[in-house]
Ligand binder design. Structure first.
Ligand code: SIN
Ligand code: FE2
Length: 215
């Protein structure tokens, strides 16, 4: 395979984090306003909330979901549910802009036909962080994870398959997309405390939209 074949479809500036893991810099920048508008539509129906972990810790990141199923945390554990436990209603449908972006980003990273059924929306205020974890609550073990960063920048940690593997650090900016699958599907990852700042589209917030295929 030539270098040209290897990088076919990869825009300049994209960075391979590990086998099957790509940082697509600016991939969502030109549709970021649409995505944020659609985040507001989702949160009008399914508001952001601070979930409590099974260990009794209240997460600093506020979360909500759209799509067929949503990720929730309760005393009895983490799970995906079709009904929002807070509202008793189904989660809002995946906006077309979300589905389109998720599919195109997965494709650009070498994962065609990505059809997510779950979309977690994370809201970080200054100081919010997400400790190192694996995404392993999904029944589907094959589909990649697609993660979109909007608003304030953050430092993303991306490690290996063992918690003890020292993670590398990447600065994620408004419009960046990270995709991890294949041999990196169960890589440990996390977000360091978000620094205070101002972004013209989100003020002092970082918004992350993460797409997964659960079933
Ligand atoms: C996540 O791991 O669910 C979110 C990652 C991020 O906010 O960049
Ligand atoms: Fe995650």
């Amino acid at each position: 395979m030539s270098m040209a074949d290897l990088f076919d479809g990869m825009a300049q500036g994209d960075e391979q984090l590990a086998p099957g893991a790509w940082l697509l810099r600016g991939f969502a920048r030109d549709m970021a306003s649409t995505l944020l508008h659609d985040v507001a539509s989702v949160t009008a129906v399914a508001p952001f909330r601070h979930l409590v972990t099974p260990g009794g810790y209240t997460m600093s990141v506020a979360m909500t979901n759209c799509g067929r199923v949503g990720w929730t945390s309760e005393a009895r554990g983490y799970r995906y549910a079709g009904i929002d436990p807070q509202t008793g209603q189904a989660w809002p449908a995946l906006p077309d802009s979300f589905a389109d972006l998720a599919r195109r980003a997965a494709q650009a990273a070498g994962f065609p036909d990505f059809d997510p059924d779950a979309c977690l929306i994370n809201r970080y205020t200054p100081g919010s962080r997400l400790s190192l974890h694996q995404d392993r609550d999904e029944n589907d073990r094959v589909a990649p994870i697609v993660s979109v960063s909007l608003g304030l920048p953050a430092v993303f940690q991306f490690g290996g398959l063992a918690r003890t593997d020292k993670p590398a650090r990447y600065r994620l900016e408004h419009g960046d997309v990270v995709v991890w699958g294949g041999p990196s599907r169960f890589a440990y990852h996390g977000v360091l405390p978000v620094a205070d700042g101002y972004h013209p589209e989100t003020g002092n917030l970082r918004i992350n939209i993460t797409f997964r295929k659960v079933f």
